[in-house]
Design a protein around this ligand. Structure first.
Ligand code: GLU
Length: 257
């Protein structure tokens, strides 16, 4: 089974931009265990800007582009240092892959990216992908890692994309406003009505919101890959999803119907 796991900034870091050590360590342990069981794992990790904010001691995420790009340059090192340290404890090797939208739009670069990921998986390494925030401008930006992770999962024919976020999944109403909102465990088809359930807000340090996740789910499920949105604050959700017990919201691929 080939699984892409997207880890959001809100899972890795506190609002201060400092690392959530307990959660990150637990995540790396569980992901290592699932890899040991035979699955191929590719991570798409946010957190470069967020951890850069923490490391530089900034009060908030910079609003200007050079500020964000500088924070990302600092935070990306921190991010990989953290993953390297924790995955090494379980004898796994990590590999940094930084992409921009151009890499999906130019055939030769696209093929090279796919070949590299496949080779890294043959080498039993864990590719850890992020947008190349330091050079990406609006013209060549994917823009958010929900979309990036769906593009990656589609390109490499993954069986499943798991998006770990700070919400439990998709609700039938806005859970922040309606106490009776219910979690939707399975979505068979991402219709316009489903997309309409997404709001626009993300966390203060991250970028994507429910809307970007639902748009990603539509693109991905239509191309034949299932996707799950689950709360990253309980890393055991990954076991439940992979074992078929269910956690969060599963968006079934068009192949499964
Ligand atoms: N690439 C950004 C970062 O690492 C995150 C984008 C997102 O949160 O979707 O900070």
């Amino acid at each position: 089974m080939r699984i892409v796991i997207k880890i959001g900034t809100s899972t890795l870091a506190y609002g201060t931009g400092m690392l959530n050590i307990r959660l990150t360590e637990e995540l790396c342990k569980i992901i290592s265990d699932i890899k040991n069981s035979g699955a191929e794992i590719i991570l798409v990790s946010s957190g470069a800007i967020g951890l850069g904010v923490g490391k530089l001691g900034l009060k908030e995420k910079p609003k200007d582009i050079p500020g964000k790009q500088a924070a990302a340059a600092v935070g990306q090192c921190e991010l990989m240092a953290v993953y390297d340290k924790y995955f090494q404890e379980y004898s796994h090797t990590v590999a940094q892959v930084l992409l921009t939208a151009d890499d999906f739009n130019h055939e030769d670069r696209y093929q090279n990216f796919i070949n590299t990921i496949n080779t890294l998986l043959d080498f039993r390494a864990i590719p850890i992908i992020n947008e190349n925030d330091t050079v990406a401008t609006s013209e060549i930006k994917v823009g958010d890692n929900d979309t990036l992770s769906a593009l990656v999962a589609k390109s490499i024919n993954a069986d499943l994309l798991i998006i770990l976020s700070d919400i439990d999944g998709l609700y039938d109403k806005d859970p922040h406003k309606c106490a009776d909102a219910k979690l939707i465990p399975v979505v068979d088809k991402v219709t316009d009505d489903i997309i309409a359930l997404g709001g626009d807000e993300g966390s203060s340090l991250g970028t994507g919101g429910m809307k970007t996740k639902l748009t990603a789910a539509k693109m991905l499920t239509e191309s034949g890959t299932s996707m799950c949105i689950a709360n990253g604050s309980d890393p055991n959700n990954i076991y439940k999803i992979v074992n078929g017990e269910g956690a969060g919201t599963l968006f079934k691929s068009s192949k499964n119907i």
